[in-house]
Design a protein around this ligand. Structure first.
Ligand SMILES: [Fe+2]
Ligand SMILES: [Fe+2]
Length: 241
């Protein structure tokens, strides 16, 4: 079952909770002249997601399907969306396009570089390359400039069937999730290297007002402080003393 929440006008969070993993998988639909879906989602979730999107727009009208990095929960259902929406264009980082996507996708991707803009009509997006943040050479974060929404993928991961949107600082829950992952067979989930904190600093300077999170609550409020808190927490967890 997909839970749909309008977290800002015409910005919808489509959430599927998987109890076995105690984890939400969140997808975001920006309703505009050329609607944009951020996170194609797992192939196995496509039918449910398609049904949910259908309550908001005609899925055939999708203009763009975008994601952060090449991984099934981000891109697994991409070709299903492209088959159903003849005009839809895949959107990712330039590295994503040339390294993986154009060999996988039914149609070539728009591989965005940081100087490029993409307009869906009323909303205007840029794609910040963040190699290996949260993980994956091709990783990037999309930013919608007019309302300052950062589509931040696996950053700010929280476990549980949590509320769709929070204005409370949930850094503690994110720290707990990173520690839990680090002690599990899935250790290494978050990459931490000499570029991590400077990339987080660039994202903080965007002063996002909404953080659209793939796993867990989205955040509304002072995104700059949240990213700075995350950066400090990652240093504490991953940097050798
Ligand atoms: Fe990921
Ligand atoms: Fe993810």
């Amino acid at each position: 079952m997909t839970t749909i929440t309008e977290i800002a006008p015409d910005l919808f969070r489509l959430s599927i909770y998987v109890p076995d993993l105690n984890l939400q998988f969140n997808h975001f639909l920006v309703r505009d002249e050329r609607p944009l879906l951020f996170h194609a989602g797992l192939k196995g979730m496509f039918a449910d997601l398609h049904e949910a999107v259908q309550t908001l727009i005609d899925p055939k009208d999708l203009g763009y399907v975008a994601w952060s990095h090449f991984e099934s929960d981000e891109i697994g259902g991409l070709n299903n969306w492209l088959e159903n929406a003849p005009q839809a264009e895949p959107v990712c980082t330039f590295i994503g396009k040339v390294v993986s996507v154009d060999d996988f996708s039914l149609r070539p991707a728009l591989g965005m570089t940081p100087d490029q803009h993409l307009s869906t009509g009323r909303f205007r997006f840029r794609f910040y390359a963040t190699p290996h943040l949260p993980h994956g050479w091709d990783a990037g974060m999309m930013f919608e400039e007019s309302r300052k929404t950062l589509f931040c993928s696996d950053l700010f991961h929280q476990f549980g069937d949590v509320s769709p949107l929070s204005s409370d600082d949930f850094t503690d829950a994110t720290v707990e999730a990173m520690r839990q992952m680090q002690q599990s067979p899935l250790a290494g989930y978050m990459t931490y290297n000499s570029n991590t904190r400077s990339m987080l600093s660039v994202l903080a300077q965007l002063q996002p007002k909404t953080l659209a999170t793939m796993h867990g609550s989205s955040y509304s409020g002072d995104g700059e402080s949240m990213i700075k808190n995350l950066s400090a927490a990652m240093k504490a967890i991953f940097e050798p003393a």
